[in-house]
Ligand binder design. Structure first.
Ligand code: G4P
Length: 535
C-alpha cells in the first residue's frame, strides 16, 4: 500500500479511542456501557443492553442459547461515535463467563476504565484485571459509581486506590453528598458544579445544570452543611493531592477519578468528554521489527480472542483481530506470521451488541471478527508487506485445576487431538504432573466456564466423553529461571510442582497463604503470576 494512505490513516487514528471496562460483577458495567451507548446515539433507549445482561446472567442457558441462535452472544466490541470520535469499547466477559478471554481483551485495549462501586471500593476481580493493565502500563480512568446510594467517603476511596494499587489519583470531579443527599459533582477543571436532578432510572440522556462555585444561588440550591463540607474537602484535596499529570496518566501511573451514578446517567457525559480528551489514541506497538506506529502504511494486526460456536450445525469459529497498523479492507490477502501461509480475509464482521454486520474497512484501534476455520491461534500476527510479528499474549495465572480423564482407551487419539487443539486455541491451559505415572492432562483455568466448554467441545467436536477430577489448588506461579532455579532452592513444602505445555515448572498452592509461606522460606525463589507464551 502506498504513502497516499498516510493522511487517511492519521485522521482515522486521531479520532479513535479504544478502551475496556474493568470491574467486579455488579459494579454497574452493563449500566455504564448502556449509558455510554445512549450518549453515542448507538441505542436510543436504555434497556437494550440490559436484556442481554439478563440473558447472560443465566449461565446454564448459555450453551443452549449459543445453539439456538447460531451466533456468539458474548459480543466483543461495541463501536459508537461521540463528538467526532470513533470509540471502540472492548467488552470484557464478566460474571460466570469470566475466563482468560477477559484478560486477553486487555491486550487489545489502549485504555482501561476502572469501574468501582462507591459502597464497596476495590473488589477482587477489579484487582486482578488491574494487575494485567499494570503489566501493560495501560492508562486507567476510574469511575466511582452509585453515588445516588450511601457509599464510602470519597477521600477514603481515593486513599484505597493509592495504597492498594500504588496508583496516584487525581479527582477530576468531586461529589457533593451521597445517597439520599447526593446533590451533584464539582468539576475541578471547569470550576463549576453539575447539579444532580433525581429522575427515574435515566432511560434518556440526563439534563445537565451547571453553576459556578461561589454563585450566591448555591446557598439555596445546596444543603448548607454539604456546601461547606465540599469547600473543606476541596481544600484538603488541593493540599494533599498530586497535580494532574497527563504523561503519568498515559504511563499508567496516575488515574483520573470521576464520581457519578450510571443508573441515573449522572456524571456519565462529563466522564465521557473528559475521557475522550485525555485517553490515549492508538499508539505504536512492539514488534519483531521494533516499535511500529499505527500510521505504518501496511495492514497488520493480531488475534486476541477466538470464539467457537457451540452449535454443531454451524461450527464456525470467529477470530477477533485488533487492527494495529494500516487499513483493513474486506477480502484482502495477508500473511500469517506463525505458519507463513497466505490467508484471504473474507467475510469480516463488525460486531455490535447482539448482531453482526459485515464490514468493509477498519483502521488501527478497531477490532474485526473473522471466520476462522482453524487457521488462527491466540496471539497470531497477520501482516501485509514486510514480515513482522507482535509480542504474543502471555499465560495468566490459572485458579482452578482438574485432571481431565478419558475413560475410553480406544478414544486415545481423538482425546489427544482435542486437547492439543483446544490448548492451541487458548480455550484452556494444559499442565502435566511431573509424576510419569499420571499422564492425564491437568486443565488449568481462571473460570469454571472454561472447564464446561472443554468438556462440551471434547464431546461434540471430538466425540470423547471426558471426566473431571478437580484438584484443590487455587494459585499457580511460574518459576523464574526454570528447573535449574527450582533445583537450587531444594525441597518445598505445601506446594506441588507441575509442568506447563512448554515443559516449564509451575508451582501450585492451595491458597495465597501457602504461597506467602514458601516465598518467606525461600527468599531467592522468584515466582511469576504471568508467563510469556512458550515456544
Ligand atoms: P455489572 O454489569 O457490572 O454486573 O452491573 P450492572 O450494570 O448489571 O449493575 C448491577 C446492579 O447495580 C443493577 O441492579 C443496576 O441497576 C445497579 N446499578 C448500576 N449503576 C447504578 C447506580 O449508579 N446507582 C444505583 N443505585 N444502582 C446502580 P439490579 O438490582 O441487579 O438490576 P435492576 O433491578 O436495577 O435492573
Amino acid at each position: 500500500m502506498s504513502r497516499e494512505l498516510l493522511p487517511e490513516l492519521e485522521q482515522a487514528v486521531n479520532i479513535r479511542r479504544n478502551f475496556a471496562i474493568i470491574s467486579h460483577p455488579d459494579a454497574g458495567k452493563t449500566t455504564l456501557t448502556e449509558k455510554l451507548l445512549l450518549y453515542g446515539g448507538a441505542i436510543h433507549e436504555a434497556g437494550a443492553v440490559k436484556s442481554r445482561r439478563d440473558q447472560r446472567k443465566a449461565t446454564s442457558d448459555w450453551m443452549a442459547m449459543e445453539q439456538q441462535r447460531g451466533i456468539s452472544i458474548t459480543s466483543t466490541v461495541l463501536q459508537f461515535e461521540y463528538d467526532g470520535y470513533q470509540i471502540n469499547l472492548l467488552d470484557t466477559p464478566g460474571h460466570q463467563d469470566f475466563s482468560e478471554d477477559t484478560y486477553r481483551t486487555l491486550a487489545a485495549a489502549d485504555n482501561a476504565v476502572m469501574l468501582i462501586d462507591a459502597a464497596k471500593g476495590l473488589e477482587p476481580q477489579t484487582r486482578k484485571l488491574f494487575e494485567v493493565c499494570k503489566m501493560r502500563s495501560l492508562p486507567i480512568f476510574t469511575f466511582i459509581n452509585k453515588l445516588d446510594r450511601p457509599g464510602r467517603e470519597p477521600l477514603e476511596l481515593l486513599d484505597e486506590i493509592e495504597q492498594e494499587l500504588g496508583l496516584k489519583t487525581y479527582a477530576m470531579n468531586y461529589p457533593i453528598g451521597m445517597g439520599d443527599r447526593f446533590q451533584g459533582v464539582y468539576d475541578r477543571a471547569g470550576q463549576q458544579i453539575h447539579l444532580f436532578e433525581r429522575r427515574s432510572h435515566g432511560s434518556k440522556t440526563a439534563l445537565d445544570t451547571t453553576i459556578k462555585l461561589g454563585d450566591p444561588r448555591l446557598e439555596d440550591l445546596l444543603d448548607q452543611d454539604l456546601y461547606y463540607q465540599l469547600k473543606e474537602e476541596l481544600e484538603i484535596l488541593d493540599e494533599i493531592a498530586h497535580d494532574f499529570d497527563l504523561a503519568q496518566v498515559h504511563a499508567g501511573k496516575m488515574t483520573p477519578i470521576y464520581f457519578g451514578s450510571a443508573m441515573t446517567n449522572f456524571g456519565v457525559e462529563l466522564f465521557l468528554k473528559s475521557f475522550l480528551q485525555h485517553a490515549l489514541k492508538p499508539e505504536s506497538r512492539h514488534s519483531s521489527l521494533g516499535d511500529i506506529p499505527p500510521t505504518y502504511p501496511d495492514f497488520t494486526g493480531f488475534v486476541f480472542k477466538l470464539q467457537a460456536n457451540m452449535d454443531p450445525k454451524h461450527r464456525d469459529r470467529v477470530a477477533f483481530i485488533r487492527v494495529c497498523t494500516g487499513k483493513f479492507e474486506k477480502d484482502m490477502t495477508v500473511s500469517h506470521a506463525r505458519t507463513g501461509k497466505t490467508v484471504r480475509l473474507s467475510r469480516p464482521q463488525k460486531l455490535f451488541a447482539q448482531g453482526r454486520e459485515s464490514l468493509e474497512e477498519a483502521y488501527p484501534g478497531d477490532v474485526i471478527g473473522l471466520n476462522n476455520p482453524g487457521v488462527f491461534a491466540i496471539g497470531d500476527t497477520i501482516y501485509n508487506g514486510q514480515a513482522l510479528e507482535y509480542e504474543g499474549i502471555p499465560c495468566f495465572s490459572p485458579e482452578m485445576f482438574a485432571y481431565l480423564k478419558n475413560p475410553n482407551p480406544s478414544k486415545f487419539k481423538q482425546f489427544h487431538k482435542g486437547i492439543t487443539q483446544l490448548r492451541e486455541e487458548g480455550a484452556v491451559q494444559i499442565m502435566y504432573s511431573t509424576d510419569d505415572f499420571r499422564r492425564d492432562p491437568i486443565l488449568a483455568a481462571v473460570g469454571q466456564l472454561q472447564f464446561e466448554v472443554v468438556q462440551f467441545r471434547m464431546l461434540n467436536e471430538y466425540g470423547v466423553e471426558t471426566q473431571l477430577e478437580p484438584l484443590s489448588y487455587s494459585v499457580a506461579r511460574w518459576v523464574e529461571g526454570g528447573w535449574e532455579a527450582l533445583e537450587k532452592v531444594g525441597r518445598l513444602f505445601n506446594t506441588i510442582t507441575v509442568k506447563d505445555s512448554w515443559n516449564r515448572p509451575v508451582l501450585l498452592f492451595r491458597n495465597e497463604w501457602n504461597l506467602h509461606q514458601v516465598l518467606a522460606d525461600h527468599p531467592k525463589l522468584i515466582l511469576n503470576s504471568i508467563a510469556p507464551v512458550g515456544s
